[in-house]
Design a protein around this ligand. Structure first.
Ligand code: C5P
Length: 232
């Protein structure tokens, strides 16, 4: 798997995302479309960005009964996305159903990755509210192992967990890691961050970078800096 930088296009409208992508000239970066943009602009935004030649990670984090997830994944695979995701908490049966739904008649399918525990869920809340009585690192690795058992391609995790995930699930199991900041950049609301260079060293396969690129005075230069640090 080739390392790549995925830009989190966290915009609320088609106009905003198109204005942003027009600043990239002939570059066609891999982009992440999340719930905000998808729910406001609909599936057409995926088709349109795909037609421009971008790879797309559709970050909708599905979690429902297996049959519903299977049918929904089938719809998403027809949009031609390159990567999508779900919550590992939906069980192995749900993840297996997702793969079935996602697989196209010719046998190809987008990469499917799992969210383990959201990074916004701390160990205290997990114990008190979700009644999961194990250390959070163990829970994350267990959910990653379940995802692998179900046949998924990888997980979304902190770059700091990427090495451990590869130890547990193997080198081929993909780690997609947000929480990336330049050494001289603003960390914003992220807590545990790493630089693109450090993420590469730990073994992330894809870094997801939002505001360090979307809020930069020169987004193309910021993107190229990420590629330089992470991919070269
Ligand atoms: O702007 P920033 O670089 O913080 O954006 C990171 C992106 O990754 C956002 O789209 C955010 O929702 C997503 N994300 C995250 N942490 C997770 C999962 C997803 O920051 N654990």
């Amino acid at each position: 798997m080739n390392r790549d930088v995925i830009i989190a296009c966290d915009f609320a409208s088609k106009e905003e995302v198109m204005t942003f992508l027009n600043r990239f000239g002939d570059e066609r970066p891999f982009v992440k479309i999340g719930m905000e943009l998808y729910y406001s602009a609909g599936p057409d935004i995926v088709r349109e960005i795909k037609e421009r030649g971008h790879k797309i990670f559709l970050d909708l984090k599905l979690h429902d009964i297996p049959n519903t997830v299977k049918k929904s994944m089938n719809v998403l695979s027809r949009l031609g996305v390159d990567m999508t995701n779900l919550h590992a908490a939906g069980t192995i049966a749900m993840m297996e159903a997702a793969i079935e739904g996602l697989t196209r008649p010719d046998g190809t399918r987008p990469l499917l990755i799992a969210v383990t525990q959201l990074t916004s869920t701390g160990e205290d809340r997990m114990r008190e509210e979700l009644l999961i009585d194990h250390p959070i690192d163990e829970v994350v690795m267990h959910y990653a192992a379940n995802a692998k058992k179900a046949g998924l391609d990888g997980v979304v995790c902190s770059p700091l967990e990427a090495g451990k995930v590869h130890e547990t699930c193997g080198k081929q199991f993909i780690t997609v890691t947000p929480g990336v900041r330049f050494a001289d950049g603003d960390i914003g609301d992220q807590v545990r961050v790493t630089t693109p260079a450090k993420a590469k060293e730990i073994g992330s396969d894809f870094i997801v970078v939002g505001r360090p690129i979307t809020a930069a005075a020169d987004p193309l230069a910021a993107y190229k800096r990420c590629v330089e640090e992470f991919c070269k």
